[in-house]
Design a binder for this molecule. Structure first.
Ligand code: 5GP
Ligand code: MN
Length: 337
């Protein structure tokens, strides 16, 4: 879906552009943003990428990473850029609350807001919206935005291809989720033709574990994994002390929830982490089990049907109890074969 198409003509002349994405950006948020950054910069626009928070070390090799401004450590510069921009691209989110502390600065900027995203239930703050909840990744939408909407297929450079490949690879769980259609594979093939080195990208993202992180994974699986066979559900919960003991930083808990979901027969998995300021939940499911409904109804969050997140201000034990108390409501779906 493309709305506000008439605004596209703005890109015919040089604009002051800021690209931003959701708080604690993942591979898709950063890959999309840097892919678009390289494209717009080559077209003569003045472009800045502002991340609302820090993001995992395993994304710091991305081309253009050294140009990314982190809001929480550069508030003054970020505010000036956001308030002086002509266009603010909002990538991989469609609810302003996902900008956390940066929300008000973006909302009050006179800049046009252009949203490119694949999350369900978008808010209506955008001047231009390119949105498709069936897309596997926002990076896929950036690819079609550049090639189909703007008709700039020949402008996909190696840097753009590498960034977008990373976004699609991470948001599809390395091309294995249901969202990985033949169309996604066709786009990925074109990105490889444009210079994305698939094996190198995989190495950079997945084979950069530290010994500490691997031992932490062992701890989570042996000490913190709980299986509830009567509900085909498994969860991992982590206390503040656990995070301190293993010196956990942003990104170290990424992908943990998938181990719980990988147990045979498990159809719903949760990762529940005490991040001090709040308890953060990550939910994953199979089939029709609606993670997004569970997160929006009970944990002030949302996301996709099979992958969602939310949070709570209650203590960890209370949140675990609440999570378990919800399961009877979904029992029919959970035990369906
Ligand atoms: P993750 O579990 O990897 O943090 O997030 C899974 C999905 O849920 C992502 O698509 C993410 O955008 C969405 N999500 C995560 N946390 C939140 C949240 O607090 N609110 C909303 N609306 N979506 C979230
Ligand atoms: Mn995404």
């Amino acid at each position: 879906m493309l709305t506000g198409e008439q605004h596209l003509a703005k890109l015919d002349t040089p604009q002051k552009v800021v690209i931003t994405m959701h708080h604690k950006p993942d591979g898709d948020a950063m890959g999309s943003s840097l892919g678009l950054y390289h494209f717009l910069q080559a077209k003569g626009h003045q472009v800045h990428v502002i991340a609302p928070s820090d993001y995992p070390d395993f994304l710091h090799w991305l081309p253009g990473n050294d140009q990314v401004i982190e809001y929480t450590s550069n508030r003054r510069e970020s505010r000036a850029l956001l308030s002086q921009a002509d266009i603010i691209f909002c990538l991989d989110f469609s609810a302003l609350s996902r900008l956390m502390e940066m929300k008000d600065v973006v909302a009050s900027s006179p800049a046009q807001k252009w949203v490119i995203d694949h999350h369900l239930s978008p808010e209506s703050f955008a001047d231009l919206m390119y949105w498709d909840s069936s897309a596997a990744a926002t990076a896929q939408l950036i690819y079609t935005f550049i090639t189909s909407v703007l008709g700039e297929k020949d402008s996909i450079t190696e840097e753009i291809a590498t960034s977008l490949y990373t976004g699609i690879m991470t948001d599809t769980g390395s091309f294995r989720f249901r969202s990985t259609t033949s169309e996604v594979h066709k786009i990925v093939a074109q990105l490889i033709d444009c210079g994305a080195r698939n094996w190198q990208i995989h190495e950079n993202v997945f084979n950069t574990n530290s010994e500490k992180r691997l031992k932490f994974l062992g701890f989570c699986l042996s000490e913190r994994l709980v299986v509830l066979p009567e509900y085909n559900t498994a969860y991992i919960s982590l206390s503040r002390e656990d995070l301190i003991k293993f010196q956990i930083t942003t990104g170290d808990t990424e992908g943990l929830v998938n181990y719980a979901l990988s147990i045979k027969g498990i159809r719903l998995a949760a990762l529940i982490v005490d991040r001090t300021e709040l308890i953060k939940l990550s939910l994953r499911s199979l089939g029709e089990i609606p993670c997004n409904e569970i997160c929006s109804k009970y944990f002030s969050g949302g996301g996709h049907l099979n992958a969602s997140g939310g949070s709570s201000l209650e203590p960890l034990e209370k949140v675990i109890e609440r999570f378990k108390s919800i399961l009877p409501e979904y029992k029919e779906l959970l035990i369906k074969q």
